[in-house]
Design a protein around this ligand. Structure first.
Ligand code: HMG
Ligand code: MG
Length: 348
């Protein structure tokens, strides 16, 4: 890149395309104190699909008392199920009861969620690590018999608020156990956002050495210390092609104090566009979605990219969901691949 223009082809060592696993409707909202109306969640998911996201985690079939924000899973899923032809709508399922609920609604993809540490396993699942794996075993087996794809989340892969830094070998042990249960994909969670790029690369290398291929891995970064993009780039350089992110940078885990927002999808798309890596996401529509949702939640989006792009255009001011259609709210910004005097690429 000699003229300051973004790359037309991916920068060396990067994949041509990244699949974004959008977690805004689940991880993004689960920590919200005020209950978001089911219709707003359904509109959020439709807008995300309209922005080009093809994997959108819709909700969780967990105990409603544990995560009251997602207690409307039964009401929500039918409002978005029409998307399932073109969009994958995975949901979180911890146990047989959760799987029954999901199957009754025609859910086609699930995720179980384990912890690399005992403290978080207890806080999040009321189980030890081994007990939670035993809880997941029949769930994964039955889901696969039903033809579902199963993702296995692994939380606290880098640091834990109770136990401190988490040794790589401890993470690898639980990762292999999840693979042995039959999970198709593992998502490595930096639940409290403490990872740094070297640590990410060490963990990925160790997983490979222990027989877990990079093709089976996704990364899931929270942005507490502002490292999520750097960590993502390190993972991409290692060959990872599935990245979890949350529209507007919302998120957190109610069971891990110090867990803040996820990597913002807009920040991720901005970086990837600048690097010439395709995502299929329309950044304008996505930003408009996050601006709209920020209005619903009553506070600005934490995403730097959303703030920068929304600040450039009057059409991105916060609107009520009923006042405008998703397309008419698209902010008129320039993406990093469309250079202009007003919009500067990340390299300029
Ligand atoms: P428990 O209290 O041990 O449940 O919770 P139990 O198995 O003892 O059952 C107690 C009662 O709950 C029973 O009812 C069950 O039927 C009912 P009773 O017989 O007493 O009337 N029950 C359920 N009801 C509805 N749906 C269900 C369900 N399961 C049991 N699925 C449990 C155990 C796993 C259920 C609980 O701990 C739980 O729901 N935990 C969810 C925690 C959660 O959702 N955390 C956030 C997601 S993880 C995350 O955010 C991290 C991630 O983003 C990655 C990262 O960042 O690292 C993924
Ligand atoms: Mg998370």
């Amino acid at each position: 890149m000699t003229d300051g223009l973004p790359m037309a082809v991916p920068a060396q060592g990067l994949p041509p395309r990244v699949r974004i696993h959008e977690v805004g409707a689940r991880d993004g909202l689960q920590n919200e104190k005020a209950v978001v109306p089911t219709e707003v969640k359904a509109e959020f998911i439709h807008r995300l699909a309209h922005a080009g996201l093809t994997t959108i985690e819709a909700t969780s079939f967990v105990h409603p008392k544990w995560v009251p924000q997602l207690a409307d899973a039964e009401a929500l899923f039918p409002l978005v199920a029409d998307l399932q032809g073109e969009v994958a709508l995975p949901v979180l399922v911890p146990n047989g009861r959760g799987l029954d609920r999901a199957l009754a609604l025609g859910v086609r993809r699930i995720a179980v969620f384990a912890s690399a540490t005992e403290s978080f396993a207890k806080a999040n699942l009321n189980r030890t690590v081994d007990e939670s794996l035993a809880m997941f075993a029949p769930v994964v087996a039955r889901a696969r018999d039903e033809g579902m794809r199963v993702r296995g989340y692994l939380s606290m892969c880098f640091g834990d608020p109770w136990e401190g830094p988490v040794p790589v070998h401890q993470v690898v042990g639980v990762a292999k156990a999840l693979r042995d249960l039959g999970c198709d994909e593992l998502s490595l969670g930096d639940t409290i956002g403490v990872a740094t790029p070297g640590h990410v690369q060490s963990l990925l290398a160790e997983l490979n050495e222990e027989g877990v291929p990079t093709s089976a891995l996704a990364v899931h970064f929270h942005d507490t210390y502002g490292q999520a993009l750097a960590n993502t780039l390190a993972a991409l350089q290692h060959g990872v092609t599935t990245v979890d992110a949350s529209a507007g940078g919302l998120g957190g885990c109610p069971f891990a104090r110090s867990a803040t927002g996820n990597l913002a999808t807009e920040d991720l798309v901005w970086m990837l566009e600048g690097l010439g890596v395709e995502t299929g996401v329309d950044l304008g529509r996505l930003t408009a979605t996050s601006v709209w949702l920020a209005g619903e939640l009553g506070r600005p989006s934490p995403s730097r990219t959303v703030r920068a792009l929304a600040g450039r255009t009057a059409s991105a001011t916060v609107q009520s969901p009923t006042s405008q259609s998703p397309t008419s709210q698209s902010p008129t910004f320039q993406s990093p691949t469309a250079r202009s005097a007003t919009a500067r690429s990340p390299k300029e």
